[in-house]
Design a protein around this ligand. Structure first.
Ligand code: AMP
Length: 206
């Protein structure tokens, strides 16, 4: 199965990706995570991306497309995958469509997770991530509930940057909803509620 996970930052894409990964044995490809890893390792890609990430803006399409094609080329054709945080612009979606059609591996579905903006701000200002396993937690935890690793707050999870990431989502990524709806791939999910509850809605749609 080949999926795209679409939704505002904090809509729960990462959490649902964990469920989908174990249920369907899919590779999880998160462009934000690849940028954060590059940043941690101080690579030229990480240093370039940081300029945009800190203010909640999108990294330029050309940089993202190069990075994602390198990553997709490493997958074997039999591997299922889900893309999380990519595409974010219509240009990226067109690029992806061309790339996947070229290898005869088109997408099966695009899952669009809906959450109102005020709920997103509430979720992200109390969100912590695990340095070891990348799991998402909340600020009442001291250690990662999955692996016991150290929890940290992402630099871009502050209210000002969250608001600009939401604006970018509505301005640019929102157009992807029409793009994928017109191709009959869009599956819309109410992403309010417990993660397990949201996942059962996902399973009903797939
Ligand atoms: P995320 O972890 O998906 O919230 O991404 C964190 C940040 O990485 C975003 O706010 C962007 O600055 C950058 N980023 C991640 N994916 C993309 C993408 N597909 N296009 C442009 N920028 C991206």
């Amino acid at each position: 199965m080949r999926l795209v996970l679409l939704g505002a930052p904090g809509a729960g894409k990462g959490t649902q990706a964990v469920f989908l990964k174990s249920h369907y044995k899919l590779s999880h490809i998160s462009t934000g995570e690849i940028f954060r890893e590059n940043l941690k390792d101080n690579t030229p890609l990480g240093i370039e991306a940081k300029k945009y990430m800190d203010s909640g803006e999108l990294v330029p399409d050309a940089v993202v497309m190069k990075m994602i094609s390198d990553r997709l080329e490493r997958l074997s054709p039999r591997d299922g995958f889900m893309l999380d945080g990519f595409p974010r612009t219509v240009a990226q979606a067109e690029f992806l469509e061309k790339f996947l059609n070229g290898v005869n591996l088109p997408l099966d579905a695009v899952l669009y997770f809906h959450v109102p903006d005020e709920e997103i701000v509430k979720r992200l200002t109390s969100r912590l991530m695990c340095r070891s396993c990348g799991a998402i937690s909340n600020s009442t935890n001291e250690k990662c509930p999955s692996c016991g690793g150290e929890l940290y707050r992402r630099d871009d999870d502050n209210e000002e940057t969250i608001r600009s990431r939401l604006k970018v989502f509505h301005d640019q990524t929102g157009q992807l909803v029409d793009f994928y709806r017109s191709r009959g791939l869009l599956k819309e999910i109410d992403a309010i509620g417990e993660p397990e509850e949201v996942f059962s809605r996902v399973l009903k749609l797939l």
